[in-house]
Design a protein around this ligand. Structure first.
Ligand code: GDP
Ligand code: IMO
Ligand code: MG
Length: 440
């Protein structure tokens, strides 16, 4: 101990990578515990932008051990290219560890993800086509292939053979696609094993021993609470447990091991892919937020759907994750808007929902109820102290705190490391004990 988990509170892309990188300076371990290369976490270092899909966002600090936990699904090809890219740019990956129990994304997973989406047509989920749904399905069906399997090629070959029989039949007979060749896939993965074999171990021991030794461990969530397989807007979700509770099974730690839950909240709302989005604005405001906030997918480049901040969603997220505090990101994007809106409820028929509705139809069809606030015009990108923010920006933040009853302990006013306001008065009680010295 101490440990902290960073979770997305909306539909992903809240700035988890940026905040993880910020805190990583003070930690010993950064651990991913779910998701795969559907995630796209951006870290901006001086003028260089890094987009991480599998490697934890602590990789830019040589003292940090970066762990890909058992709950993650690993596409070795993507991982190797990420490792090579970082090494080329001077960032060592010697401190990287991969769980022996993490499942492998196989070529058929990607093919079936895309084929399944095409088959759904207009009802598609809008996945990233990274094979995430199919690989987690195989894990649950107990026919998945794990990283440890490529360390014993005899076992790997057997499992691949069994899988290809089934997957090739589905690809050919249902989707009319070309089957995959066993030898080709085998040789490819044999090559991957040679490159990533050295990183593979039982990371649950590593993490638990680190916590026993009082090392600081940061668990880096991917996606967001509303994309969670259980608590999100199903079926328009991803296939893993994206919430704080997912840390326990996804990293192999017990429930007493987490000291703190930090929720990342974007100052407005975005979503990529299909599914309900009550505060979506398809007009002027949505376009403004997309262009000013550069809201284009990190993984797929798709334009993100944009809209106002939704407190109904955030109240739900605060409860599901038991948030201790909030890092509010991209506040600078709201600068220049004359009026700001915060959604405080949903109107459906003659009913008002102030809390997350128990039926998805309400999310699809409701009308958001807004509270209007005045905006600000001053540039806030270089502000380092909460008191120096424009009054209306402070009001916006305090309103969020009042509704959620959770402190906003950090305010991000730009994508760079030093564009952050740390409210130390809210952090004194933090077991994690991070403070303004994290600023570079
Ligand atoms: P993640 O998936 O949660 O890590 O978020 P992404 O990296 O997909 O998307 C967040 C985007 O916003 C990235 O391009 C970041 O560089 C950028 N970003 C993060 N924080 C801020 C901020 O406070 N202000 C601005 N303008 N951009 C930010
Ligand atoms: P980070 O970690 C935003 C979305 C997809 C789709 C749904 C299912 O960068 O916040 P999947 O490929 O997982 O089966 O797609 O989930 N999605 C994300 N949206 N940020 C992400 O990750 C996402 N990962 C998946 O767009 O709607
Ligand atoms: Mg992202």
């Amino acid at each position: 101990m101490p440990s902290i988990v960073i979770v997305g509170t909306q539909w992903g892309d809240e700035g988890k990578g940026r905040i993880t990188d910020l805190l990583a300076k003070k930690v010993d371990y950064v651990v991913r515990f779910q998701g795969g290369d559907n995630a796209g976490h951006t870290v901006l270092l001086k003028d260089k932008e890094f987009k991480l899909h599998l490697i934890p966002s602590g990789i830019f600090y040589p003292h940090v051990c970066c762990v890909i936990g058992n709950g993650v699904v690993v596409n070795p090809e993507v991982l190797i290219s990420e490792i090579e890219n970082l090494e080329k740019q001077g960032y060592s990956t010697d401190n990287l560890k991969i769980s022996c129990n993490a499942h492998l994304v196989m070529p058929y997973h990607r093919i079936l993800d895309k084929a399944g989406e095409n088959r759904l047509g207009k009802s598609k989920i809008g996945t990233t086509h990274k094979g995430i749904g199919p690989v987690y399905s195989d894990k649950a069906a107990r026919i998945g292939i794990r990283t440890q399997d490529i360390l014993d090629l005899k076992i790997f070959r057997k499992k691949l053979e069994v899988n290809l029989k089934l997957k090739n039949a589905i690809m050919e007979k249902i989707y009319g696609l070309k089957p995959l060749d066993l030898e080709e896939v085998f040789e490819k993965y044999k090559g991957f094993a040679e490159k990533i074999g050295k990183y593979i171990e039982d990371t649950s021991f590593l993490i638990n021993q680190a916590l026993d030794k009082n090392k600081k461990v940061l668990f880096e969530g991917a996606q967001g609470t509303l994309l969670d397989i259980d608590h999100g807007s199903y079926p328009f979700v991803t296939s893993s447990s994206t919430v704080a509770g997912g840390t326990y099974s996804g990293a192999g730690i017990g429930p007493g091991r987490l000291d703190e839950v930090l929720g990342i909240v974007k100052a407005y709302t975005t979503r990529v892919g299909s599914g309900p989005f009550p505060t979506e604005d398809e007009g002027k405001t949505g376009n403004y937020l997309r262009e000013k906030g550069h809201e284009y997918g990190t993984t797929t480049g798709r334009p993100r759907r944009c809209g106002w901040l939704d407190m109904v969603i955030l109240k739900y997220s605060a409860m599901i994750n038991q948030l201790d505090s909030i890092a509010l990101t991209k506040l600078d994007v709201l600068t220049g808007l004359e009026k700001l809106k915060i959604c405080t409820g949903y109107k459906y028929g003659d009913k008002l929902f102030e809390n997350h509705p128990n039926h998805q139809t309400v999310l699809h069809k409701c009308r958001p109820v807004y509270e209007e606030m005045d905006g600000w015009k001053e540039n806030i990108k270089d502000i380092k102290n909460f008191q120096n923010l424009p009054e209306n920006a402070k009001k916006y933040i305090k309103n969020i705190e009042n509704i959620l009853k959770i402190p906003v302990s950090m305010v991000s006013v730009g994508p760079e490391r030093n564009q952050i306001i740390i409210r130390e008065e809210d952090l004194r009680k933090s077991a994690f004990n991070y403070n303004s010295t994290i600023i570079i």
